[in-house]
Design a binder for this molecule. Structure first.
Ligand SMILES: [Zn+2]
Length: 119
């Protein structure tokens, strides 16, 4: 069972029309692309939190606070930043991350609703 709606989880399967019949085929993990940017990146947790251009503005608040709390934050590799953010025990940073994640999923819900086809 998926715990979230990012493509890395939600995009496990796609439907293909073969000889007039729809069939489910597994989507390779490296083809579960982010639909919110044009980076051809897998929409994984680390992509969304650390680098998806769609969320750059929202991310600035988290990163600005992280710079004041984590030594040499800007010099860290993306994966190290990701770990540092998720391992923090600083309440203000955790709240900032929580707001960021909430906002991301609000944007995603809005986008998904835009794509609903009403017949
Ligand atoms: Zn993206």
């Amino acid at each position: 069972m998926s715990a979230h709606s990012l493509e890395i989880e939600k995009g496990r399967w796609h439907r293909v029309l073969i000889n007039g019949r729809w069939q489910s085929q597994k989507t390779p993990i490296d083809e579960r692309y982010c639909i919110f940017c044009s980076e051809n990146a897998v929409e994984s947790e680390i992509h969304v939190l650390m680098s998806c251009k769609r969320y750059d503005t929202l991310r600035q608040t988290v990163f600005s606070l992280a710079r004041t709390l984590i030594d040499n934050f800007d010099a860290l590799e993306k994966e190290s930043k990701f770990v540092q953010l998720l391992e923090t025990d600083n309440i203000k940073l955790l709240q900032s991350i929580a707001k960021f994640v909430y906002s991301i999923f609000q944007i995603r819900v809005t986008h998904e609703n835009d794509n609903v086809i009403v017949k």
